[in-house]
Write a protein that binds this ligand. Structure first.
Ligand code: SIN
Length: 302
């Protein structure tokens, strides 16, 4: 058989994705929509993918209900949006799937199986890199009977509602983001965080980003600072920087900016890190919680 015939046969044999009928239900409040009836274990047609992509841009957060997907299917779907980032805490990668970070409070044989205090401070994932994240996908594996919610704040709304004086004070300003901003504090508060090796520290050198960024796809401006990773505003005195950041942090997480996600079994939540910051609401110590996270790389904030 000629090589071109062999290639043609392989193409003919590849399964053709079929259109799926699914519903998009906006959530009440400042962020989010549910997607009902879409099966992400199947390949999406170009039209279905385009609808999901547009919904993500419109709502900033999508809740795909009832996704019985494998880690590889989670990775494959995430990759359709961009390159995946590998988290610096390799201790908590899923075995054979370094693209997945385990977020969990479960301890087995005296060792945490995942990052138990992920998201304890408001943050945008991996904003401490030159290329911060476009978005993250968190898939529920094991949920507690109470607690374990995740909160999301809309940073476009936060920017749009800034008092004029505060908006003027940050015009054109840039801020430092550091993975180590709260690391020492988190080590003091719990037993989840390993000491970082020199190699890990080298991977998380601090970076500078604009305090207000423009979303590269929807064109809207958003505040891009968080208590989790932003340490100071550059070119302003230290006390002024501290006061400005405190005001920006408080303004970002006012109740009207927030959506609280109450997890249901097999939820996959996909949020936009360019539009939102998020916080893990906390789980009672005696209850088990485990989720798998992929993180998509974005572009240089401007
Ligand atoms: C995270 O910040 O990625 C985890 C959030 C959560 O566990 O709810």
């Amino acid at each position: 058989m000629s090589q071109s015939n062999a290639v043609r046969r392989e193409i003919d044999a590849a399964p053709v994705p079929h259109a799926q009928s699914f519903e998009l239900r906006p959530l009440p409040g400042p962020v989010g929509a549910e997607i009902i009836g879409l099966d992400l274990s199947r390949d999406l047609t170009a039209a279905d993918f385009a609808r999901v992509h547009q919904a993500h841009l419109d709502h900033h957060l999508l809740v795909f209900r009832d996704q019985r997907i494998t880690p590889q299917q989670h990775i494959d779907f995430s990759r359709r949006f961009g390159r995946l980032m590998i988290h610096v805490l390799h201790q908590f990668h899923l075995a054979n799937h370094p693209e997945i970070l385990i977020v969990s409070n479960i301890v087995e044989d005296g060792k945490p199986i995942g990052l138990g205090d992920a998201g304890k401070y408001w943050h945008s994932d991996i904003s401490y890199k030159e290329l911060p994240s476009l978005g993250s996908l968190l898939h529920a594996q094991e949920l507690p009977a109470e607690g374990g919610d995740t909160l999301f704040a809309n940073m476009h709304l936060a920017y749009d509602t800034l008092p004029a004086a505060l908006r003027n004070a940050i015009e054109g300003k840039r801020a430092v983001h550091s993975y180590l901003a709260q690391y020492g504090q988190l080590q003091k508060e719990g037993n989840w965080r390993p000491n970082l090796s020199a190699q890990q520290i080298a991977q998380v050198q601090e970076v500078v980003h604009p305090v207000v960024r423009t979303h590269p796809e929807n064109g809207r401006r958003a505040l891009f600072v968080s208590e989790g990773f932003t340490t100071r505003i550059v070119d302003v005195p230290e006390d002024e920087s501290r006061a400005l950041l405190a005001e920006l942090f408080a303004h970002s997480v006012r109740a009207e900016n927030i959506y609280r996600h109450r997890w249901q079994p097999h939820d996959l939540v996909f949020w936009d890190n360019r539009s939102l910051i998020h916080l893990a609401g906390g789980t009672p110590d005696h209850l088990r919680r485990k989720l798998y996270r992929t993180t998509i790389e974005g572009d240089t904030p401007f």
